[in-house]
Every structure is written in C-alpha cells, then in structure tokens.
Design a protein around this ligand. Sequence first.
Ligand code: MN
Length: 407
Amino acid sequence: MPPFDVPEGDPFGPHNLPYGVFSLPGSDDRRVGVRLGDHVLDAGAAAAALGSPYVSLLARPSLNPLLAAGRTAWSDVRRALTGWVTVPSHREIIEPLFHPLSAVTLHLPFEVADYVDFYASENHARNVGRMFRPDAADSLTPNWKHLPIGYHGRSGTVVVSGTDVVRPSGQRKAASDPAPVFGPSVRLDIEAEVGFVVGTPSRMGEQVALADFREHVFGLCLLNDWSARDIQAWEYVPLGPFLGKSFATSVSAWITPLDALESALVTPPERTHPLLPYLDDTDDEPGGYDLRISVAVNGHVVSEPPFSTMYWTAAQQLAHMTVNGASLRTGDLYGSGTVSGPSERERGSLLELTWNGRDALELPAGKQTFLEDGDVVTLSAWAPGPDGVRVGLGEVTGRVVPSVSRP
Ligand code: MN
C-alpha cells in the first residue's frame, strides 16, 4: 500500500506522524523519519526536496535539534509535514522518499540526557504497599498524596525497542537466607510506563510552572522500566532504586508529539488532599492522557493498564522535578511510573499481576511468575484521536537473554 493511500482509520495515519530515527540496510547514516502507516518518510530528504527551511532541523542523525528548537518550531514542522504527506501535488516528490518499515533499522531517536522515573499510579503504589508493608495503617506512604515520588535513574542504559535485555546479576537476600548471595536475578520483571521527552531546556535556579509543561515537553513514548525485584528488595533501603533498575530501560523507537494527542487529554482522578500551589492543577486544563496500554508476554496479552487513572500528571511531575531549581536539558526523559488500573487485569508489572510470585500467570506455554530467558515482552498502546480515529503509539519490545555474569 503506497503511503499516501494509508487506509482511513489507520492508527498511524496523517493525524499521528510520530518521529523516529532510521538507517537503511548496509548504512549507518542515521536520518530523522516520520511514520505514516507501515512506512517511514525520510523527513530531511523531504524538506530538502521541497526547499523547506526545516531541513536544518530534520536532515539530522537524531531528534535533538528539533527537540531544542522549541514549541513554535514543533507546531510549524508538524503543520508542514502534514501538508507534505497529504497534499496531492507533493505526491510525486514525496512518495519516493518513503521506505517500508520492514526495510529499515530503527535507532534510539534522541540522545537521552537525564533520566528520572516516577511512581504516579495510586493503584500501583497501594498494591506495592500492601505487599511489602502489610502491617502499615495506610498502604500509601505519608508523602504520596503531597508530591510525585521519583528517583534519578541511569540515562546511559536507555535502549531502543528491539534491543535484547541481558538478565542482570547482583546481590539478593531473602528473609530466610542467612547471608546475601550473588547471581543472576530470579525475579526479573517489567514496568509498563509512559516516558515524556523534554525539548526546551530550563536554567538552573528556575522553576518550571505547571502551565509551562507544553513549552518544555515535546512528546511521549511507551517505556519499559525493567526491574530485578530480588536485587531491588535487598538494596533499596534507605536510598531507593539502584542496580535493580539501572541495567536497562527500553523506549519505543517512535516519539508521539503532544500535538497529536489533543483528543486524548482527560481530567486526572479527583485529588483527595489539598496540594501546594506549585502542584495545584484544580483550575487548569485537563492534564491527564487517555492512553490504553497493552502488555504482552510472548505474544499473549496479560494486562491492559489505563494511563488515565494516573494520580499525578506529567505537568505536575515536571513542576516538581524543577521546583528546587534543578535545570532541564534537551533530551531529558522521565517515566510516569508503573501504570496500574484498579482491576487485576490492569496491573502494569508481574510483581502485581502475580502478587509477588504467589499467583502464577496462566500463559499458553504454562504457568509463570517472573520472566524466563527467551521471554519477549511487548508494550503497545493507542489513544483517542480526532474524529474517533485512534492514535497508535509505537510499541516497545525486548527479549530477555541469559546472564553473562561471573560470580
Ligand atoms: Mn518504574
């Protein structure tokens, strides 16, 4: 199917136009691409062929120059691209600049600067609290409803969808073990999340207000925060996640611009506690996104987490992340935290789906709790788009391969 004739209703139609970076077989020449249906447009070549001034932003090996160009440029480039792939008079010039997705290699689409991961699902936080602090009066910690809890992660191990994930090794110590042992994780897990990509930087000492979220954040993507629960459980007190998380974080090859998700904006859940002014979004435009996520293990869907249930919005997370004067850099990535809905089939981690290994999942290949070597985990999602057409998010997939560790 030629890309100009992408079927009406295709979730990657001209209403979507996510950005990625690709190369052609036998070449390491990386180029910004825009997805249309099951094709990718060489965006820099298109800009050059049409004499567009955006060639300086698009004929590049990563999205960073476009990310750094700011919100006005993001809107202008998107408007131009929409014209290039829909106006019939461009067809003759543009059509040869498409490549089938099956014929290209997709790369990490931007240089990841800093990486932060949050903990913004109330259902997830309560499930974890019930499992690990069963005697606590409240399954949430006292700070949870007052600030979006997060930690700084490792940007150098953010990898693009399709990259194998080597089973991590580390120390673990079950309550019954007399001493810690070292070895490959036996509780390897996933966290289904959404990642937000910062374009416009901010200065040190400056706070980014809730209302300025769209000035700074370019778009979003699916994100899998691979987690070794056994390593995490032994190391995390008192400073939080470390080696149980830092070995790999997978992101989609496609960054969906926020401009494609206007129809997906929703009001977040009712705030049950008064918020400090810098986090108070009561009178603001809706800050939630209605993203319907699906988690598949070896092709079998095990969960469908609804992003609309997230208590803290991406705007609140950005405001909180900068309230102390910490600066933003182009390419900063922050994860939403595991997305878990209220029902059992809406949980975004195997930790919750199996209740810490107590209840095995029934997969076609047999019963299973945590991930085995060879398992492939795929996150996919869609959002409501204009005129009832879905906006597809690029999937994020990864295969677990055996540990290579020495004792
Ligand atoms: Mn996480």
